[in-house]
Design a binder for this molecule. Structure first.
Ligand code: SAM
Length: 194
């Protein structure tokens, strides 16, 4: 089966969605070939609702931003300076359009994992691309520390049946980790740089 992030040649079918988050209406364009095109992903919403109050301005990197829900909402709700990266050109195009649509100022660019990331951040947030495989997921999670400032924090969401417990025990060797919340088999994890 093809992976959604490698399907940029699919026919376009642009759809505009209205989503209410924290009492604010957001508008997101989605398209074929991007993650969770028919509605905001449950895990992404759970991650956002769990961590938003923990992000106090500063610089944020959204890794694997897709069409932009996490980064755009954080820019609006937390007043942070947000950079967003993805490998999928169609997702990046949508994320740029969605940032404009929601009057969010975000710096959005292409990067395979952290290849084009040259800055450091106070927070890194990700709903990692499980379908890209364990190697990519571990690169995103383990190498976040190289792009975090001192005392920087990685926030991510992961499903119990996608190996949440073993990922947590591997990350505990690198970071100080806490499970912030659990819901419907999803874990939101905070990993603080040592
Ligand atoms: C689970 S989706 C999350 C999308 C978005 N953050 C959300 O919450 O709706 C994971 C994203 O990671 C991206 N991705 C996959 N492999 C990647 C890689 N090697 N480097 C950067 N992003 C990647 C995919 O294109 C996809 O948009």
């Amino acid at each position: 089966m093809g992976q959604y992030f490698a399907n940029e040649s699919l026919n376009s079918h642009l759809v505009k969605h209205e989503v209410k988050i924290f009492n604010r209406l957001y508008y997101f364009y989605t398209d074929n070939g991007v993650f969770s095109k028919s509605k905001m992903d449950y895990g992404s919403r759970f991650l956002l609702e769990t961590v938003c109050t923990k992000i106090h301005s500063g610089k944020v990197l959204d890794v694997g931003c897709g069409y932009g829900t996490l980064g755009i909402c954080i820019a609006k709700e937390c007043g942070s300076a947000v950079d967003m990266i993805d490998i999928n050109k169609r997702a990046l195009h949508l994320a740029k359009r969605n940032a404009k649509e929601n009057h969010a100022t975000c710096n959005i660019y292409e990067s395979n994992v952290y290849e084009n990331v040259h800055e450091k951040y106070n927070y890194i947030i990700t709903n990692p691309p499980i379908r890209a495989g364990k190697k990519i997921v571990y690169e995103i999670l383990c190498h976040a520390k190289d792009h975090l400032e001192v005392e920087g924090v990685l926030f991510f969401v992961i499903r119990k049946n996608h190996g949440a417990k073993s990922i947590l025990s591997d990350l505990e060797k690198i970071y100080d980790c806490n499970v912030l919340d659990k819901s419907n088999g999803f874990f939101v994890i905070e990993a603080k740089k040592r």
